[in-house]
Structures are given as C-alpha cells and as structure tokens.
Design a protein around this ligand. Structure first.
Ligand code: ADP
Ligand code: ZN
Ligand code: ZN
Length: 803
C-alpha cells in the first residue's frame, strides 16, 4: 500500500511545534502538560495490522501500575492536557488511557478522560492535585479514543472538548457504562419437558408455556406482553419452576446463524452493480477506499446493502453515514426490512438513554449495523468491517462550529486505521474525492445506468429573459406543469428560498428591507405575515410605508416557496400543492406525512427547498422544475459552482425514477453561461472535469490545502486588529518561505452578522504537513495573545465555505 499521504493529517505532528503557552495556569488547579501528545505510533501500528479482530470488544493498552502522573483531557477549549496524581485507590484493573475520572478543575469538579499514564511530569509532583475519583474500571473504547485524538490533532481543536462532544450526554455526565436492560424469559429444563396438562386449569399459563416452548432461546418481556400475557402468568410459571428470567440489553445481540441474516431476499444485481460489489469484495480485509459513482437511481443503496450483508456474515460491523436530510424513516425502513439483525440508527430524535444504548450496542458489537448522520462517525465499533458514506459530497457531513470536522474525512482516517473497506457513494462526487479516484488512490466504480428503465432526464434550460413571470414561473414552464398534471403525474418545483419573497422593496425609491443586525436583506414571510432575517433570528413587523420616502407602494421582490405555492394553487386549483421547507416541516412527522400522501400517487404539486431535492424516492414525479439555477453561478465562493451543480443534479434526479420517463426544466437568466451549458448538455462528470482543471490552474483545493482563521467581534476594529497581528506574526514566522501562503485579513463575505464583525485570514499550502504546522503555530500564537480574549476566533481546516 502506498504511504497514506492522501489521508488527512498523517504527516502532521503538532508535537514538533513548540507551543508558546502563556501563564494562564492560575486559572486551573493542576498544571498543563504543555504539549499535545504524539499519537503517531498508534496510528501506524494499527494501520499495518491487517484485518484482525480485537479479541475483546474493548481492546485496551496494558494497564500501567507504575504511573505516577495521569495526563487528563478535560472539557475546555484549552488545547492541552492537565497532569494529575492518581488517587489513593487505583481502579481494579489499573490506570489506563480511556478511563473517565472526576478531577478538580478551577473551582469546579469536572469529568475528564485519562489520555496518558506517565511516570513523570514537567511539574513537581507535589504541585499536582490528585484525581478525585475514577468512574470506570475499564476504559472507554480504544477506537473512539484514537479517532478523537486524531480529529483534535487534525482540526487543531481541544482534545478535551473533542472527547466530551463526541460522547453520549449520559456518559459526559458520569453515568456508568451500562446499557439499559429488560427481562428475557425462557423455560427451565422442567418447563421444556412440561405439557399443557401439567398446568391444570391455569389456561393462560399453559398458553404461555406453549409459546415459550416454540422459542427455545427465550423471549424478551416486551414480546411476551405484546402477545397479551402479563405478570400473573409469568410469575405463575416462575413459581412452578417452569420458567426463569434473565436480563439482556435493550439492544440485544443478534442470533449467530448467518443464514438468518436477511429477512427479505436481496435483489439480483444488474451487471454494473455486480461488478462494483465484486470489486468491493476483493478488499474486505484491508483499507480499500472505493468511490461508488452512480447516477441517481442507479442502485447504489442496493450495493451498500449487499456489501453490509457480506460484512455482517463475517461477524463484523458496518457503519453507514448519511447526510442530515438522508436519515428519513424511509431510508431506515429500507435497511430494517432487509436485515433480521438490529439496525441501530443514531439521529437527533433519540432520547439520551436511547443514544447511550445505541452507543454501547455498537461499542460491544451487539449492533451489527449502525446508521447515522455526521456525528455517528465517532461511534465506537467492537469489530469494524466497513464504513459507507452515502452522498459523500453533501455539505451536512461537515460540522460548521466547534470541532469543524468533515465526517467523510474522518471516515477515511478510521477505515485506514482499522484496515477495512470504505465506500464513498454519490451521483455527484466532491471534487476532492474525484481527484483521489482519478489519481488511483480510490477505486473508481461507476454505475452509468439506472436500475429502472429510464435514464436520468437531461436538463432543459429555459431562458427567463424578456418573459413574464408568475410566482417565478414563465409560461412555457406553466404549460409543461399543466400537461404533466393532466397526464396524471406529479410535479416537483424546486426553489431554494423559503418564505414568500427574498425581500420587500419600495417601488417609488428602491429601498429594500434590510436586517438591522446583519449585512443582509430581510425575507418576507406570509404565514404568518412578517419580515425575517435568515442569518440571525431577527423578526419584525412589515412597515406600513417606506421608511425612506414614505411611499406606501411596498412590493415583494422575487419569489420564495410560499409565493410559488400561492401562485401554483391559483393556477391549478384542482390538485393539492404541498410545500416542503423548514417552515412547513417544523412539526414532527410533518415531512413524512406529506411524503406519504405524495407516494400514494395522485396528481399533485410539490414545492420545496433542497429538503425535497435529496434522497427521496418519489416514483410518481415525472416533471422537475428549477425556478432559478443562477444562485451559484456568480457567487464569490470558489466551491459555489460545484455545490450548485451537485444540487441541480440531485434535484433533477427526482424526475422519472419509476415507470415513466422524466423531464427537467431549469429556468435561468444565463442560458448561455458555459458552465451551466456544460452541465445541461454533458452532465456533472464533464463539468467536474472542467472545474478540476480550473482548480488546478488556480491553485485551489483539492490541489492545494486550505485553512481559514475566522475572527469576530462586536467591534470591527478589534477583530481586524487581532487578525492583522496574527497574520503579520505568522508571515514573520514563515520568514518568506513560499510553502504556505497567508492572505488577509479580509472581511468575510457577509461582514456583519448578528451585530458582530467577521474578518478572516486564509492559509493555503501545497503540502498538508506544512499547512498544519503553520496553522498549529497560528493557534498557539492566538492562544497566547492577550488581544484574543476580546475577539472570538476559530480555525477551520479544509473549510467547505469561505463565509
Ligand atoms: P441510488 O441509491 O443509486 O439512488 P437506489 O438504490 O435507491 O438508487 O435504487 C433506485 C431504485 O431502483 C430503487 O427503487 C431500487 O429498489 C431499485 N433497484 C436497485 N437495484 C435494483 C436491481 N438490481 N434490480 C431491480 N431494482 C433495483
Ligand atoms: Zn421608498
Ligand atoms: Zn440578521
């Protein structure tokens, strides 16, 4: 295997950077350890290990009995560990990395995690405070600890905060590492030999006895009560010595029989699918990254399902990451219907208890299949077998605050460390992933054909210039909608702005409603009537007259989902119009209810934002209308074109997924724009090639790496002063070296947001290691800077947006 230089951060070592810590130790009781740990050894040794399974669910390094110093990560933004002395009574299995401990920290007691057991400290041992208590006798999972250390180092974030954020809430609070349990009932030897008659007139007990006789492995108590039996019958059998109860975790281990894995047969694969799966099968025991690049509806999910089947049949676990929008009941249903083994879903709807159960089930290996959104990448796995990242290009895989990680990139690191296959799936792969596939580092698996009869529809560009618009739609488009509905089909109208209109304008003087707190226009909403800023949460009533000239002629400018919905309802009163955006789906289940109705297949209109564009299988939609394709065309962000193209292709992919062919109409003011033409005429892949060539020529990712330092403050001068100071210091440190460029400070694209001024420094370099060294230096400088206390700053490695 080639050296993993394509992995984020392998060459990076912030231990090589001397951190100029200032004297902030007075704020903490124990002493800072002074530098970040060097986790290099673990990373390389595990990666070359091959695909062995850990012997026990939680493999842990050997206990260290001699340790006199514990380096503990505590939940604080400070990027360092803190040294403590062990408490008088050691944990039964000795001090080990990964143990939760309660420690004094400032005036509080907090829960931290032992990261290293040392024999010495840079500080006199007498100065160190002892740990107050240990919480676990066995450490938290080794793979989770490894990933957190990797992520903290790569994203230059506090390890304490990383560990804290990626733990289930109950574990953060100190709850024991125990899953909730329920009773499981089974027959005793006597019970197995008993017959109905032995129970005389206890008819219900006899029925329960017979039920349990049909289930030699026993039944969970909830299954028994679901069949109408109660305590009385259970206690009856217990007293007679016929049945007994044991306890099992709520998420129980699956039965071992591999031939019982599936509860419905898998589909016979089409040729391309079979070839892709065969390619994946070649690398089940090693790090084997594949890009599954298949048009929308080509059956990528079926390939995932069959890969998972192979993984689970070998006694391993599969981790599936999906975008926020993707973890719908429909998707989950598809996985749960296929497998007889538990499919554990990690999503925002879980209670704290459910989340802990799921985490422990994954960590102990009881959950063979784990599916979740971004943060699920941190789920520990006892015997990892494969990681799948669906819609790997999706923006929601990148966290935009705190630890700004990209779940796809962490998945790469994780699969590499565990020496397991990794599948990145998309119809519109990110340019980063495409570049890896083109260079041969990832295997490029293509699905060019849809599993259903019809190829994805071509995009037809509809020129908006000089045509009257109603609700944002021009006459030829309205006619196409009419014809589609008349044929008994459904229409999806995509408009990427919620609200009634993007703004309210004065027809007399040109004034436009703007947010008092941001450099942004206010959106007009009608349901209910108000103006709202989509960047801060500011809302206000509509003015009666123009605040500038006093005219009462205020009109909505442009169209949002509400306005298009209203127009369509007027134009097509005979069919229902469903609006699907963040406002209309606030209520739990609202989205699923609406989609459920749509799937019944009656002619209808769907108006929605990108919530509707991704992932949903809407078999009766044959016409897709894009109200305005121009959003990304002239944006300042260098990724805007790529993201706009991905979104358009995803939206277009909703058309004609079942029996009838689809049509896609894309309205634009720039129908001769070469890039939009390229996308419409030759598809995403052709455009991506072109964009990659442009990125290479311009020295942009994926051919150069970026880090963005953001500064914000209520006072513009403070933010700018700190950013300039940091930029200048960094440039001096770089001493004219050309390996890393530092640009700025420049104002953020939206400089004022929520009354705070945003300024940025942009770092870029051709080598990750150099860029990381420079950003680590910058972070250390900022942590030591006095001015930094008045300004909120953050560092974003591999930023996905420059806003
Ligand atoms: P993708 O994930 O690539 O968008 P899906 O896996 O959702 O595609 O497949 C689209 C549709 O095609 C689904 O309804 C699926 O059941 C069907 N499908 C996938 N593979 C096959 C196959 N081999 N034979 C028949 N139908 C298939
Ligand atoms: Zn006016
Ligand atoms: Zn605002």
């Amino acid at each position: 295997m080639p050296p993993p230089d394509h992995l984020p951060g392998t060459a990076y070592g912030c231990h090589t950077v001397v951190m100029p810590f200032s004297a902030t130790t007075d704020r903490v009781v124990s002493k800072p350890r002074g530098r970040a740990p060097s986790p290099k050894g673990t990373y390389l040794s595990r990666a070359s290990r091959g695909g062995q399974l850990p012997a026990t669910p939680f493999t842990t390094p050997a206990a260290s009995s001699a340790s006199s110093v514990l380096a503990v990560a505590v939940p604080t933004p400070l990027r360092r560990l803190f040294d403590y002395r062990p408490c008088a009574t050691p944990p039964p299995n000795g001090w080990r990395p990964g143990l939760r401990v309660q420690v004094p920290f400032g005036r509080r007691e907090v829960i931290g995690i032992v990261v290293e057991c040392r024999t010495h400290s840079e500080f006199p041992l007498a100065d160190l405070k002892p740990v107050s208590a240990w919480l676990d006798s066995d450490p938290l999972p080794d793979d989770w600890l490894w990933l957190c250390r990797f992520a903290a180092r790569y994203y230059q974030h506090s390890l304490g905060d990383t560990l804290h954020q990626s733990l289930p809430v109950l574990l953060r609070q100190g709850r024991p590492l125990e899953a909730r349990t329920r009773e499981r009932w089974q027959l005793t030897a006597r019970g197995r030999g008993a017959s109905r008659d032995d129970l005389g007139r206890a008819r219900r007990q006899a029925e329960l006895l017979e039920l349990l006789q049909q289930h030699p492995r026993g039944l969970a108590v909830n299954v028994i009560t679901a069949q109408g039996f109660g305590r009385a019958q259970l206690d009856g059998l217990l007293e007679k010595g016929l049945a007994e109860a044991s306890s099992e975790p709520l998420i129980a281990a699956p039965t071992p029989a591999a031939n019982q894995l599936l509860s419905e047969p898998s589909l016979p694969l089409k040729r391309e699918q079979a070839e892709a799966l065969a390619a994946m099968h070649e690398g089940l025991d090693r790090f084997h990254p594949c890009l599954l690049h298949g048009v929308t509806g080509s059956g990528k999910t079926e390939v995932y399902l069959q890969l998972i089947e192979a993984v689970v049949a070998r006694g391993r676990q599969a981790l599936v990451l999906v975008p926020e929008i993707g973890l719908t009941p429909q998707t989950l249903q598809r996985f749960r219907k296929r497998f007889r083994v538990p499919v554990v879903a990690l999503h925002s709807g879980l209670s704290d208890g459910e989340r802990l159960d799921a985490w422990l089930a994954a960590a102990s290996g009881r959950a063979p299949i784990v599916i979740g959104t971004r943060s699920a990448v941190f789920t520990p796995l006892a015997s990892p077998g494969a990681i799948i990242v669906d819609e790997e290009h999706d923006g929601s895989l990148k966290q935009q605050d705190g630890l700004r990680y990209h779940a796809r990139d962490l998945a790469v690191a994780r699969a590499h460390r565990d020496a397991i296959p990794l599948v990145l799936g998309s119809a519109t792969p990110s340019l980063e992933t495409l570049a890896q596939a083109r260079s041969g580092r990832y295997r490029h698996l293509r699905l060019m054909n849809r599993a259903s009869r019809h190829a994805p529809a071509r995009m037809e560009l509809i020129d908006l210039r000089g045509r009257p618009r109603r609700g944002g739609l021009v006459p030829p488009v309205t006619e196409a909608i009419r014809a589609t509905l008349a044929a008994g089909h459904q229409v999806l109208v995509f408009i990427n702005r919620r609200g009634f209109a993007p703004t309210l304008a004065c027809h007399a003087c040109g004034w436009m409603a703007e947010c008092d707190h941001c450099d942004a226009r206010l959106t007009l909403h009608r349901q209910p009537h108000h103006l709202a800023c989509h960047h801060c949460d500011h809302k206000q009533a509509l003015p009666d007259a123009c605040p500038t000239c006093g005219s009462a002629d205020l009109r909505p400018l442009g169209a949002g989902t509400e306005r298009t919905e209203e127009t369509l309802a007027e134009l097509f009163p005979e069919v229902p119009v469903h609006r699907i955006d963040r406002d209309s789906t606030r209520r739990k289940d609202a989205l699923e209810n609406m989609l459920g109705e749509v799937r019944r297949g009656e002619p209808c209109l769907l108006v929605g934002t990108q919530m509707l564009a991704k992932g949903h299988h809407l078999p009766h939609v044959t016409l897709v209308v894009v109200v305005n394709a121009d959003a990304g065309l002239y944006a300042s962000d260098f990724r805007a074109l790529e993201q706009n193209a991905q979104l358009l292709v995803q939206v277009a992919g909703r058309a004609g997924r079942a029996e009838h062919p689809g049509r896609v109409l894309v309205q634009t003011l720039h129908s001769d724009d070469p890039q939009l033409r390229q996308l419409a005429d030759n598809g995403y892949d052709a455009l991506a090639e072109q964009l990659l060539a442009e990125r290479r020529a311009a020295g942009l990712p994926p051919y150069r790496f970026m880090a963005l330092a953001r500064f914000e403050s209520p006072r513009e001068a403070d933010a700018t002063a700190l950013a300039s100071g940091a930029g200048q210091a960094l440039r001096e440190w770089l001493a004219g070296s050309l390996e890393v460029h530092c640009l700025g400070p420049v104002p953020a694209p939206m400089e004022r947001r929520q009354n705070r001024y945003h300024v940025q420094l942009m770092l870029s370099g051709a080598q990750r290691s150099k860029l990381h060294e420079a950003s680590a230096w910058l972070v250390a400088w900022l942590e030591a800077s006095r001015d930094a206390r008045r300004v909120r700053w953050s560092l974003d490695i591999d930023p996905q947006t420059l806003s």
